[in-house]
Design a protein around this ligand. Structure first.
Ligand SMILES: Nc1ncnc2c1ncn2[C@@H]1O[C@H](COP(=O)(O)OP(=O)(O)OP(=O)(O)O)[C@@H](O)[C@H]1O
Length: 265
């Protein structure tokens, strides 16, 4: 294993990815993330956001460049990086407790320890008391909490989340955002979130990386709203300034097209 000097927790070192058809999906992504940071990735559908999470997780090897975690090159998945998938991938026939403890069971962890650790993860996501409920009896928000608990149970240092709240109604979504910030504070984890929601990216993040259509980082925005975040910040003028900036960044290609036509209405 190559060990390199790196002050950062996570370094994406000039990553490029092309799938079998040869089309480049990520192009020279260079980004470093520090311990305890919350970074969101936002960009149009198909710009390579999920691919980047998969590279960090170790499921996809980049064509060029590398990912370093604390100076160690990533070449396979590991327990230091937990992944919360968009489609949850829960086992509907198992209870909450059995879903959360499934990974530990597969890893050969004994019953007492896996149940203790699973109950702790279930508590962390606010589902204490629901351990023996069946997945099919849960609401969408509760299922999402189970999916997060199942990842937290392995105590990852880096939590990778691919549009985890996209299927939820706004109120549930906002309450899960609060929970996520609380969990991050409690654990000190680093979170990398892929989202399509500008508001979600601003509210949760220390930095937001805006991707362009070519799989490059178009802009990297520091969100100086302070932490802990208070819900009222969502309606502040500071928040709106970031929103305007992100909307502009996400629309940059329309703007370029418009300007190149030299049109004025
Ligand atoms: N396994 C694969 N083989 C070939 N092409 C793929 C594969 N996975 C993804 N792609 C293509 O790579 C591009 C980037 O996909 P990716 O899922 O990373 O984008 P995304 O930004 O996460 O999109 P969305 O926001 O819609 O989830 C897309 O054009 C997609 O069709």
């Amino acid at each position: 294993m190559t060990v390199q000097k790196s002050a950062s927790l996570l370094e994406m070192d000039h990553i490029s990815v092309a799938y079998d058809d040869g089309r480049r999906v990520l192009d020279d992504i260079h980004l470093t993330i520090e311990q305890g940071e919350f970074v969101s990735i936002i960009g149009k559908s198909g710009c390579g956001k999920s691919t980047l999470l998969n590279v960090i997780a170790g499921y996809i090897r980049p064509k060029h460049g590398k990912v370093l975690v604390q100076g160690h090159e990533v070449n396979k998945p590991g327990p230091d990086r937990g992944f919360v998938f968009q489609d949850l991938a829960l086992f509907p026939w198992l209870s909450v407790l059995d879903n959360v403890s499934f990974g530990l069971r597969m890893a050969g962890v004994g019953k007492q320890e896996r149940h203790e650790r699973s109950r702790e993860a279930i508590r962390m996501v606010g589902l204490a008391g629901s351990e023996h409920k069946s997945i099919s009896d849960l609401s969408g928000g509760m299922k999402q909490r189970v999916a997060i608990a199942r990842t937290l149970v392995t105590k990852p240092n880096i939590l990778l989340m691919d549009e985890p709240f996209s299927a939820l109604d706004e109120q549930t979504r906002e309450s899960l955002q609060e929970e996520l910030l609380r969990i991050q504070k409690e654990t000190g984890m680093t979170v990398i979130l892929v989202t399509h929601s500008i508001d979600e990216a601003i509210y949760l993040s220390d930095r937001v990386a805006v991707f362009d259509d070519q799989g490059r980082i178009h802009n990297l925005i520091q969100i100086g709203l302070g932490k802990p975040r208070i819900p009222e910040i969502r309606v502040s003028s500071y928040f709106n300034e970031y929103k305007k900036q992100l909307m502009k960044d996400l629309r940059y290609d329309f703007q370029e097209e418009y300007e190149s036509q030299g049109s004025g209405i």
